[in-house]
Design a protein around this ligand. Structure first.
Ligand code: SAH
Length: 251
C-alpha cells in the first residue's frame, strides 16, 4: 500500500529522474497535474494503467482515487510538475494519506527555477554578487505572509526567482523597486523552460514588463531578477589555485 509522489520535471520529458521514469512505467494508476505536466510522459505508462488529470479534480477526489488503488495494493503515482515541494500542494495530500495509514514516498524533480537557470546559462550564486536564491511569488488567491512581501524580500538584493506571477509583472517590478533594487537591475523571463517553445526575454527591472507584455507572455513563465544576470563577479574559491579543501591541496 504505497503512493509515490513524483516530480515530473519542468517540461522536457527527458528531465524526469530515472527513478521517476521507472515508476511511471510500473504504475497501475497515475494522477497527473494536467495544467503543466508534459503529456508525453504519459506515453511511458502501461497500456492498462488508469490515468487521471487532477486539473479538474478536488483534493477529496484525488485522495479518493489514490487511496482506493493503494488499498488494492496497486502502484500509484501522483505526478507533479517540476519538484513537488515547490507550490505543489503536496503537503495536504500527504497529510490525508497519513490519516488513512497509507504510506508514501516523494521522488524529487527538476524544478522550473533550475530549468530556467539552464535556459539562461546562468549561475544564480556568483561570488561577490549574491550567495542567496529567494524563491517566492506575488500574492494571488493564495496569500503571502506580510513578512515575505516582495518589497521586503527585495531589500536583500539577492537573486530572486519569482513563480506564478508573470501575469502581474508590472506590479512585481514596482514592488522590487520599492524594496531597493535599482531600476537598472537586470531581469529575465523564461517562458516554458525546457519545452520546444521555450522563450527568453531579457531586460532590466524598468524595461522587462513592457517586453513581456509585447511578447504576450501571461503564464508558465519564471521571472528572475538580480545582479548575477549582469555577470561582473569574483572567481569562485572552490576552483581557485591558492585555495585548498578536502579534495585538493593549494598550489
Ligand atoms: N512545482 C513546480 C512549480 C509549480 S507552480 C516547479 O518546481 O517548477 C507553477 C509555476 O511554476 C508557473 O506559474 C511558473 O512560474 C513556473 N513554471 C512551471 N514550469 C515552468 C517552465 N517550464 N518554465 C518556466 N516557468 C515554469
Amino acid at each position: 500500500m504505497h503512493v509515490f509522489f513524483v516530480g515530473a520535471g519542468p517540461g522536457d520529458p527527458n528531465l524526469i529522474t530515472v527513478k521517476g521514469q521507472n515508476l511511471l512505467r510500473e504504475a497501475d494508476l497515475i494522477v497527473y497535474a494536467g495544467s503543466l505536466v508534459n503529456p508525453a510522459l504519459l506515453e511511458l505508462a502501461k497500456k492498462d494503467a488508469a490515468i487521471y488529470n487532477s486539473a479538474t479534480m478536488t483534493l477529496d477526489e484525488v485522495i479518493e482515487v489514490m487511496s482506493a488503488a493503494a488499498f488494492e495494493n496497486k502502484c500509484v503515482v501522483r505526478l507533479h510538475t517540476g519538484d513537488p515541494s515547490i507550490y505543489g500542494a503536496i503537503q495536504e495530500q500527504m497529510d490525508e494519506l497519513k490519516k488513512k495509514d497509507i504510506d508514501y514516498t516523494v521522488i524529487p524533480g527538476v524544478s522550473s527555477f533550475l530549468a530556467t537557470a539552464a535556459a539562461l546559462r546562468q549561475e544564480y550564486t556568483l561570488p561577490g554578487v549574491s550567495q542567496t536564491v529567494i524563491i517566492t511569488r506575488l500574492e494571488g488567491r493564495t496569500p503571502v505572509p506580510e513578512k515575505e512581501a516582495l518589497a521586503r524580500l527585495a531589500q536583500h538584493n539577492a537573486t530572486m526567482c519569482i513563480f506564478l506571477s508573470v501575469h502581474m509583472i508590472e506590479e512585481v517590478m514596482a514592488e522590487l523597486q520599492k524594496g531597493g533594487y535599482g531600476p537598472d537591475t537586470p531581469a529575465a523571463v523564461v517562458k516554458k523552460a525546457s519545452w520546444p517553445d521555450q522563450e527568453i526575454i531579457r531586460g532590466t527591472i524598468s524595461t522587462i514588463a513592457a517586453s513581456v507584455g509585447a511578447a504576450g507572455i501571461g503564464k508558465t513563465a519564471m521571472i528572475v531578477v538580480g545582479n548575477c544576470l549582469a555577470s561582473s563577479y569574483e572567481l569562485s574559491r572552490l576552483y581557485a589555485a591558492d585555495f585548498s579543501h578536502m579534495y585538493r591541496d593549494a598550489k
